[in-house]
Design a protein around this ligand. Structure first.
Ligand code: SF4
Length: 487
C-alpha cells in the first residue's frame, strides 16, 4: 500500500520540497546515501531515490514512495545498488505534480550521453521551467516525468560540450530560479549551487578519498563525515580520485540564501552560514521577547519547530518555559490511510494539551510561522478548552504574505492569511488575546545581521515576507502573478 506521507495535520505549514545527498570514494556508497537521506527526511517525506555506479555493474537505481527507513534499509534492495559512488534525493512534491506524484517523478533522474551516463538530483525550483519545457518538447525532447528538474537532463543532451560537467554548466546557465544540484558520472561526484545560493549545499569529508555532498550538515553527522565548508553561491565542485576541483560557471552575484531555512526548514542541529540553526532560532525568541513583550505565566512552544524560539523568549522575558503542548511523535506512521472521521480530529491527533499545566494560566504560545492560520485556531481552541486564562501567540517569522517560487510548497497568495489581513485582523480572526510576529529587521538581527535588513540590497531571500523576489518568477508572471510594485 502506498503510505500517506504528506501529513494532513501539517497542511498549515510551508514545506521544503527536497533534500539531496551524494557520496564518492567509499565502498557501498549507497548505504551512506541512505543514512544521509534519512537525516534529511524532514526536507521531503513523500518519496526517495538512489542511483549508484559500480565499474562492473554500471549504473543502478531504486526509487520508492515513503520514508527512507522503510525502503532503503532492506538488504535485498541495497544489494542492488553497489559501488563507491552514489547520489540520492528525498522529495515532498514538485510544482508540476502536486498530489499526483508518479514513481517516474521521483529523482535522481538519469541520462545516457555519448560520453557516458549521468544522474542528477535537484533541490529547488526552476522558475522558467514551463517555457524551457515547451521549447525542449518542440525541439524533440521526450520527457519521462512531470518534474521541472528533468529539464536539466534535456538541456545537457543538447549541449555540444565534450564532457558532463561542461554540459551541466551549459544546462544550468539556461535555468532560472533556485537550484542546489548533485550529479554523478561513472567517476565523478558533482555539486553546484545557483548564483544566489538560495538553497543550501555543503561539502564533507570521509576517511581516505571519501567525499560527501549534502543539503545540510546533519546529513554529514549521521555518517561521521567532517564538515569542510558550504558550496559557495554560483560554485561547481567536481570530485574525483580524492580531489575537489572548483569553478564559478555563472559569474559573481551577491548571495541571497533562503532566510526561512534558519526559521523552519533546516534541522536545528545543522549549521548554516557558520551559525547553529538552534542558536539562531533561540535568538529569534530573544528578539521576539524584546519586540513583543506581554505579561503572562508560561511560555509554551508549538512543538517541535517553535521550541528553540520559545526557549529564547522565556530566557529574555523571565517568564517560565513549559511544555504546554505535547506532540505525538509517532502520528505519521499510525494512520496509513486516514478516514474522514479521523481527519476531522485534525490537530488533536498530533498535538495534545498538558491540561494540568495550562489550567488558569496566561499562556504565550510560540510558533514558527502562520500560513493559513487554520492550525493556530485549533491550537487556541485546545488551549482554551484546557482552561487557559489567556492565549497570546508569538510568531518566529514575519507574516508570510507572498508565495515562494524557489522550491518551497506555498499556497497561492489568496490563501495566505497575511496576504489578506493586517496583524490586528489576524488576531481577531484567530480569536486570541494578542498576536505578534517578529519584524523583518528582528529576524535579520537574529541571523547575525546586527544592523538588520539592508532594504536597498537585502542580504537574504525573504520574498515570502517582503514580496521582493531576487529572481523574477517568469513562468508565474506569464500566468498572471503580480509582483509587488517597487517601493
Ligand atoms: S521565498 Fe521565502 S521560503 Fe522561498 S526561498 Fe525565499 S525566503 Fe525561502
Amino acid at each position: 500500500m502506498r503510505p500517506f506521507l504528506s501529513h494532513p495535520f501539517d497542511d498549515d505549514k510551508l514545506k521544503e520540497e527536497c533534500g539531496v545527498f551524494g557520496v564518492v570514494g567509499v565502498a557501498d556508497a549507497a548505504n551512506f546515501v541512505a543514512l544521509g537521506l534519512h537525516a534529511l527526511q524532514h526536507r521531503g517525506q513523500e518519496a526517495g531515490g538512489i542511483v549508484s555506479h559500480h565499474p562492473d555493474e554500471g549504473f543502478n537505481s531504486a526509487r520508492r514512495f515513503g520514508y527512507v527507513r522503510d525502503n532503503f534499509t532492506k538488504a535485498s534492495l541495497m544489494e542492488t545498488l553497489p559501488g563507491a559512488l552514489a547520489i540520492g534525493h528525498v522529495r515532498y512534491s514538485t510544482a508540476g505534480s502536486k498530489g499526483h506524484t508518479q514513481i517516474r517523478d521521483v529523482q535522481p533522474f538519469f541520462g545516457e550521453f555519448s560520453m557516458g551516463g549521468c544522474a542528477i538530483a535537484h533541490n529547488g525550483n526552476i522558475t522558467n521551467a514551463t517555457s524551457l519545457r515547451r521549447d525542449l518538447i518542440e525541439r524533440g525532447a521526450i520527457f519521462q516525468s512531470s518534474s521541472d528538474s528533468e529539464c536539466i537532463i534535456h538541456l545537457m543532451a543538447r549541449s555540444i560540450q565534450k564532457n558532463i560537467p561542461e554540459r551541466m554548466k551549459d544546462a544550468l546557465r539556461a535555468v532560472e530560479g533556485a537550484f542546489s544540484v548533485i550529479a554523478m558520472t561513472r567517476t565523478k561526484l558533482i555539486g553546484v549551487r545557483d548564483p544566489l545560493g538560495v538553497r543550501p549545499l555543503v561539502l564533507g569529508k570521509l576517511a581516505d578519498d571519501g567525499y560527501v555532498l549534502s543539503s545540510e550538515t546533519c546529513g554529514l553527522d549521521i555518517i561521521g563525515a567532517e564538515f569542510l565548508r558550504e558550496i559557495d553561491p554560483g560554485e561547481m565542485v567536481v570530485i574525483s580520485g580524492g580531489k575537489v576541483e572548483s569553478t564559478r560557471p555563472f559569474g559573481q552575484a551577491k548571495s541571497r540564501f533562503c532566510i526561512f531555512e534558519h526559521v523552519y526548514f533546516s534541522r536545528p542541529d545543522s549549521i548554516l552560514g557558520g551559525r547553529s540553526v538552534y542558536e539562531t532560532r533561540r535568538q529569534i525568541g530573544v528578539e521576539l521577547a524584546r519586540e513583543a513583550p506581554v505579561e503572562a505565566d508560561l511560555v509554551c512552544p508549538v512543538p517541535d519547530s517553535g521550541t528553540p524560539a520559545a526557549i529564547g523568549y522565556s530566557q529574555e522575558s523571565g517568564i517560565p518555559y513549559a511544555m504546554g503542548i505535547i506532540r505525538n511523535q509517532y502520528m505519521g506512521r499510525t494512520f496509513i490511510e486516514p478516514t474522514e472521521q479521523i481527519r476531522n480530529m485534525g490537530v488533536r491527533l498530533k498535538l495534545n494539551v498538558n491540561r494540568a499545566l495550562i489550567k488558569g494560566k496566561r499562556v504565550i504560545l510560540v510558533d514558527d510561522s502562520v500560513v493559513r492560520g487554520t492550525t493556530s485556531i485549533k491550537i487556541r481552541e485546545m488551549i482554551l478548552d484546557a482552561g487557559a486564562a489567556e492565549v497570546h501567540f508569538r510568531i518566529a517569522s514575519p507574516p508570510t504574505a507572498w508565495p515562494c517560487f524557489y522550491g518551497v510548497d506555498t499556497p497561492e497568495r489568496s490563501k495566505l492569511l497575511a496576504a489578506t489581513m493586517s496583524e490586528d485582523e489576524m488576531r481577531d480572526w484567530m480569536g486570541v488575546d494578542s498576536l505578534k510576529f517578529i519584524s523583518l529587521d528582528g529576524l535579520y538581527r537574529a541571523v547575525g545581521e546586527s544592523k538588520g535588513r539592508d532594504a536597498k540590497s537585502p542580504q537574504y531571500c525573504d520574498a515570502c515576507f517582503s514580496g521582493q523576489y531576487p529572481v523574477a518568477p517568469s513562468d508565474q508572471i506569464a500566468k498572471g502573478f503580480e509582483m509587488k510594485a517597487a517601493e
